[in-house]
Design a protein around this ligand. Structure first.
Ligand code: PAF
Length: 275
C-alpha cells in the first residue's frame, strides 16, 4: 500500500490508478466498521483509496480533537490486509493552507439531532469531504450507516454540488453484544461499556413498538426505559432516511436514531428500516 501526504502527489497518482476508484474517508483509529467500508470498496472497485485525516474543522473547541485516538502504524497494517491501494494521510497544513476561508454550508438537515449538540460539525464534515472528493475524484464513495445523518448530508452534498461519485452506504458493524463499533468506544469505562448496549436496546424497542402500531410518544417512552442508569439521553426519534425530517410514524425508508452520553462519551446509533 502506497502512502501519500501531499495533494500534488495524490493528483499524479490518481491519474494513473485503474478505475473504478472506491474511496473511504476516515479519521483513523480504524475498527472493523471502517474495514467493512474498505472491503466493500475492494470487492466492487479496481482501486481502493482511503484517507486518514483527523479533521479539526469538525470539532468544536471543547471537543476531543487533541485526545482523538491516533494509531497510524496500526491503521496501515489493517488497511494492507483488506487490500487498500493508496492511503492519503495529509497534515492540516495540506488541507487548510494559510488563508483558508472556503467552507460548505449545509442546510436545515445539519442543524437537527447531531447538529443541536454540535452546531458546526456538519459544516466541517461537508467541507473536508468536498475537498477530499476534489482530490481523489472517486467513482464510488463508501460511508458507514452508523453515522446516518452524516451520510444523508453527504449524499445531498454530492447531488447539490454535482460530484461525479456514487454514494454507497455500508451497514453498521456491531460488537458481539450489539454496541455499534466506534472509534470513541475506547473512551468508555468498563461500567459505561457494559451499559452502552442499552442504547441499541432502546432503538430496537422503538423500532419494534412502532412496527406494532404504537404511537410515537408511547414507543419513545418505552424505548427510553431501556436505557441504563448511566445513560443521559439526548434524543430518540424516527426520521425519513433521505431528508432526516422527523416522522410521526414509521414510514420506510427510515432510520430510528438515538444519541446518549455515557459519562463523558457521546454515543450515537441507528437502525435502518429500508422497507
Ligand atoms: O466519519 C468520519 O470519520 C468523518 O466525519 C469523515 C467522513 C472522515 C470526515 O472527516
Amino acid at each position: 500500500m502506497e502512502i501519500i501526504s501531499e495533494i500534488a502527489g495524490m493528483r499524479r497518482r490518481i491519474a494513473a490508478l485503474p478505475r473504478p476508484i472506491g474511496f473511504v474517508p476516515t479519521m483513523g483509529a480504524l475498527h472493523a466498521g471502517h474495514l467493512a467500508l474498505a472491503s466493500a470498496a475492494r470487492s466492487a472497485c479496481a482501486s481502493v483509496v482511503v484517507s486518514l485525516f483527523v479533521n479539526p474543522l469538525q470539532f468544536a473547541p471543547h471537543e476531543d480533537l487533541a485526545r482523538y485516538p491516533r494509531d497510524l502504524a496500526g491503521d496501515c497494517a489493517k488497511l494492507e490486509v483488506v487490500g487498500t491501494t493508496l492511503l492519503f494521510a495529509p497534515d492540516a497544513a495540506q488541507m487548510y493552507p494559510p488563508g483558508f476561508m472556503t467552507s460548505v454550508e449545509v442546510g436545515a438537515m445539519g442543524g437537527r439531532y447531531e447538529g443541536v449538540a454540535r452546531p458546526t460539525h456538519f459544516r466541517g464534515v461537508a467541507t473536508v469531504v468536498a475537498k477530499l472528493l476534489a482530490i481523489v475524484t472517486p467513482d464510488r464513495l463508501y460511508l458507514g450507516q452508523k453515522d446516518a445523518q452524516q451520510t444523508a448530508i453527504l449524499r445531498r452534498m454530492v447531488t447539490d454540488l454535482g460530484f461525479a461519485t456514487q454514494v454507497e452506504i455500508v451497514p453498521t458493524v456491531r460488537e458481539a453484544d450489539g454496541v455499534a463499533m466506534s472509534s470513541r468506544n475506547v473512551y468508555l469505562s468498563a461500567e459505561e461499556r457494559r451499559e452502552a448496549v442499552s442504547l441499541h436496546r432502546a432503538l430496537v424497542t422503538l423500532r419494534d413498538r412502532l412496527q406494532e402500531g404504537a404511537s410515537k410518544a408511547e414507543a419513545i417512552e418505552e424505548a427510553s426505559a431501556k436505557l441504563g442508569s448511566l445513560a443521559r439521553l439526548e434524543y430518540l426519534d424516527v426520521v425519513d432516511a433521505q431528508s432526516f425530517d422527523a416522522l410521526d410514524a414509521l414510514r420506510p425508508p427510515a432510520f430510528v436514531i438515538g444519541a446518549a452520553r455515557f459519562g463523558q462519551t457521546r454515543l450515537l446509533d441507528n437502525l435502518w428500516i429500508q422497507k
